[in-house]
Design a protein around this ligand. Structure first.
Ligand SMILES: [Zn+2]
Length: 286
């Protein structure tokens, strides 16, 4: 009986491995998995292209190293069964993405696979460059300190640091809640953090109110989880924080659009009133 895939297999999709998995994070795989999904040509990704300086669609491209080094190779040791060969395989897998705006813009990802695990061992551009650039979409909404500390968290995760990266995510969430309380004039007293989040219903993005345990998950990660578990938790928690930011950003944009429309409408109404007042003063032609 083959060893079952590790418990992390549910997150094992290509997008996760490319854009979320930190360096050297060992991800369990089925030892019989061909890993072809890592170089699949069918998927495209809407991510920040550091060279464009904005979001772009990245699509898969063949890895065209002229020396052909780095292509996925399997090492067979003597006369062994196919199953054993797969279990013992050790290989480098290279995935390349090309920017749909400019084909010179490329992203390269290197993975090492052996037996029942795979891990990312390198990438260009760095995860921090992609992730921090991604924060640009919240410009005008995101707090300056939040942006700085989210960037620090992404940078730490990109360098294989688990608990430390979670500390910064937690600080961002804490600051977010404290700010909302101040704006709403709420004194949290000695309430637990989860209660404080619930008390902000209607004043913070709904996603946060519906998932107040997010804070507890982060705290548990920092205080009691192994470093490897923290690394695995990071992308999930970051995605949750991004959902909160997206909701807040969309609301602010909607609010700004509403205010701009109201202002323009008031101006138009005033100018029409002024014109009709002028017309009323005129003597009709007949
Ligand atoms: Zn580009």
């Amino acid at each position: 009986m083959s060893k079952k895939p590790a418990d992390k297999v549910e997150t094992l999709d290509r997008s996760y491995m490319l854009f979320r998995a930190g360096l050297y994070e060992k991800v369990g795989i089925d030892p019989f998995d061909s890993l072809h999904w890592l170089t699949s040509k069918t998927e495209t990704y809407d991510v920040h292209c550091p060279e464009c300086g904005r979001h772009s669609t990245m699509k898969s491209a063949d890895y065209d190293d002229p020396w052909k080094v780095g292509h996925f190779t399997r090492h067979h040791q003597g006369k062994i069964s196919e199953i054993d060969a797969r279990r013992r395989r050790r290989g480098i897998i290279v995935a390349q993405l090309v920017c749909s705006r400019n084909e010179v813009h490329r992203m390269l990802f290197y993975f090492l696979s052996e037996g029942d695990w795979v891990k990312k061992i390198g990438q260009q551009p760095s995860m921090a460059d992609i992730g921090i650039g991604d924060l640009a979409q919240y410009e005008g909404t995101i707090d300056k300190d939040d942006r700085k500390e989210l960037a620090t968290a992404i940078g730490l995760h990109a360098h294989g640091i688990g608990a430390g990266a979670l500390v910064y995510l937690r600080r961002v969430l804490e600051r977010f809640v404290v700010r909302a309380e101040k704006q709403a004039g709420i004194d949290p007293g000695k309430n637990k953090f989860v209660e404080r989040i619930k008390d902000l219903d209607g004043k913070v993005p709904q996603f946060l109110v519906e998932n107040p345990f997010l804070y507890g998950v982060m705290s548990a990660g920092i205080h009691s989880l192994q470093e490897a578990d923290c690394k695995h938790a990071f992308p999930v928690i970051l995605a949750a924080i991004e959902s909160i930011l997206q909701e807040e950003h969309a609301e602010r944009q909607q609010q700004r659009a509403k205010e701009a429309a109201q202002k323009a409408l008031n101006k138009l109404s005033q100018s029409i009133s002024a014109k009709s007042a002028d017309t009323d003063g005129e003597t009709p032609a007949e």
